[in-house]
Design a protein around this ligand. Structure first.
Ligand code: NAD
Length: 558
């Protein structure tokens, strides 16, 4: 299904109150309204005299932003801009992406979720709280959000590695959808961030008088499931075919919701599937860089929760595709969680861990000490070529761990992926130093490391393209094969220069999204019967792109 996008923001015709156009972030141009527009729309007096251009506004805004001293202040400034002039916000982001991405997304978005109630000013997206149960269908039907095509939803229970942030978790869907627009060119009028406020078990939030969420302990069990079901049915009725991205749900819910809904609507869990594809892409790039063949090596996952198990599942698929049997592929992967090396019948804590649990017989010798070996002992015994961190445990990859990795491999691949930086298993600089500059490194949040290139191994390299590809192809489901192919497409973009960078720089994220989207369209064509347009998927992808430029049709309104 190839749809040429139209900007659907409603244009108030001859508004009785000209302030309406200034307070619509999708129509507002601020000081860039021309004299003719000011005449026509009755804006004189409501704006200062200066008539600017969008590039002049970008220069002014970036200068003001740089004068703030903390990332959090900069975040709040950017959110204000997004809520007052969305076109300028995206134009600014596109022009200064490398500088602004860490502000609108990780790591700063983590602090923004923790302190969300302090900076809550204007409505954005939907807060659907549990007391509204039974009314969701009507609420969605009554709201003036037409033609929504991408929804990002969270319940705020596991925000990055920062735990339960309740309603503050809304910062995540807002940030993710900003990246859908910035990277994949999805019209912001067609995106919708949603916070399902089912309470919080964060005592500090419950006791904080500033907290803007529903002040209640979390609803759990059948009541929670029924609320989610009501939500999904309401979404399907109001916006049939819309893509639903599940984001930052706590592990057990994340897994359960994905399996319940993945075949009912175009839907995926970014923490599980997006992370898996991003990590696989990083590993495929690093494999080439290190000059090794993955299928002959061991991979160690530290922290086998939602993200870790998602990575394991995609890795097993990749190794099987290279000709390994299922058992041989599983055998390449070791998982270490809070109770040590994951061993069948001993410490498998969640169903996803079963895939990588070591057979009890194999581990018998390891269990001689009476308990499952920890991280360093597992490294020493298994000698993995790749170490991935998705544990949220700051500093877990300490000097002995990194040195143990570097002892057995010329170019150990070390990916501390946990976010934000305060939860990262290691800093890039430390990994570089402790591996004598030999490690190939990727980190979850942006990280400076010695003199080598350090890649931010983050889902932003995958999810915008997945969404774009799904929309362009009209996919009714988001399949595992799409993530596997997306990973390969991303890995193929690594330049063969002398750099250790695993992915292209963030300035190229729009091209990355197009490449990933193309791989998704091809899978949709191959596996789901999607029909390519006559001029091919590439053109369909290019046509869909919303660009942050002011509309020039405001004068033609009758
Ligand atoms: P999760 O809670 O489902 O999983 C965390 C796992 O770590 C759990 O299995 C937990 O038991 C384990 N763990 C906790 N303490 C441990 C310890 N001391 N030793 C070993 N294991 C321990 O959470 P998740 O969704 O899998 O996310 C985990 C981390 O990964 C978060 O910090 C998140 O920000 C990060 N992440 C990064 C990206 C990225 O793109 N870079 C994407 C998704 C998640």
């Amino acid at each position: 299904m190839d749809q040429t996008p139209m900007h659907e923001a409603s244009l108030t015709k001859n508004p009785a109150d000209p302030r309406a156009i200034l307070s619509d972030p999708l129509l507002n141009k601020g000081t860039a309204f021309t004299q003719a527009e000011r005449d026509r729309l009755g804006l004189h007096g409501l704006l200062p005299s200066h008539v600017s251009t969008i590039s002049g506004q970008i220069d002014r805004r970036i200068a003001v932003l740089r004068a703030f001293s903390t990332p959090f202040e900069k975040y709040a400034f950017l959110r204000d801009l997004q809520d007052t002039n969305e076109t300028l916000f995206y134009a600014l982001l596109a022009q200064h992406r490398a500088e602004l991405l860490p502000l609108v997304y990780t790591p700063t978005v983590g602090e923004a979720c923790v302190r969300f109630s302090e900076i809550y000013r204007r409505p954005r997206g939907l807060f659907l709280s549990y007391p509204l149960k039974g009314r969701l269908r009507q609420i969605l039907a009554d709201l003036p959000f037409e033609d929504v095509e991408v929804i990002c939803v969270t319940d705020g229970e596991r925000i990055l590695g920062l735990g339960d942030q309740g309603a503050g978790g809304m910062g995540i869907p807002i940030g993710k959808l900003s990246l859908y627009t910035d990277c994949a060119g999805i019209d912001p009028a067609r995106t919708l961030p949603i916070l399902l406020d089912t309470g919080t078990d964060n005592q500090a939030r419950l006791e904080n008088p500033l907290y803007v969420g529903w002040r209640n302990r979390r609803v759990r069990g059948a009541d929670y499931d029924a609320f989610i079901e009501e939500f999904v049915e309401a979404v399907q009725e109001r916006w049939p075919g819309a893509l639903l991205q599940w984001e930052d749900f706590a592990g057990p819910n994340a897994v359960a919701l994905l399996s319940r809904y993945r075949d009912r609507l175009p839907s995926f869990n970014d923490d599980i599937q997006g992370t898996a594809a991003t990590a696989l892409a990083a590993i495929l790039s690093a494999e080439r860089l290190a000059g090794i063949n993955l299928s002959q090596h061991k991979i160690l996952l530290f922290g086998a929760g939602a993200a870790g198990c998602g990575i394991a599942s995609l890795l097993v698929g990749e190794l099987e595709a290279r000709g390994l049997s299922h058992d041989a592929a599983r055998g390449c992967i070791y998982g270490v969680d809070r109770d040590g090396l994951i061993i069948e019948g001993v410490n498998v804590a969640i169903p996803g861990q079963a895939l990588i649990a070591r057979p009890e017989a194999e581990a018998a010798e390891w269990l001689a000490s009476g308990k499952a070996p920890g991280l360093i002992e597992t490294i020493e015994r298994a000698q993995p070529a790749v170490l991935i961190g998705t544990s949220g445990q700051f500093g877990a990859f300490d000097e002995p761990v990194v040195r143990a990795m570097a002892q057995h491999h010329e170019r150990p691949i070390i990916l501390p992926l946990s976010n934000p930086g305060t939860r990262s298993e290691a800093t890039a600089g430390d990994v570089q130093a402790w591996s004598d500059g030999r490690a190939i490194i990727g980190t979850g949040s942006p990280s400076e490391g010695g003199d080598g290139a350090v890649t931010q191994v983050n889902n932003v390299y995958i999810f915008p393209g997945i969404g774009l590809g799904a929309l362009v192809s009209g996919a009714t489901r988001i399949t595992e094969a799409m993530f596997a192919e997306a990973a390969k497409a991303l890995a193929s973009l690594r330049s063969e220069g002398g750099s250790d960078a695993l992915f292209p720089p963030s300035e190229q994220l729009a091209d990355v999204a197009n490449t990933v989207a193309l791989s998704v369209c091809k899978v949709a064509e191959r596996d789901l019967g999607a029909t390519p347009p006559a001029d091919g998927w590439e053109n369909a992808i290019a046509r869909r792109r919303w660009v942050p430029a002011y509309r020039d049709d405001l004068l033609s309104v009758e």
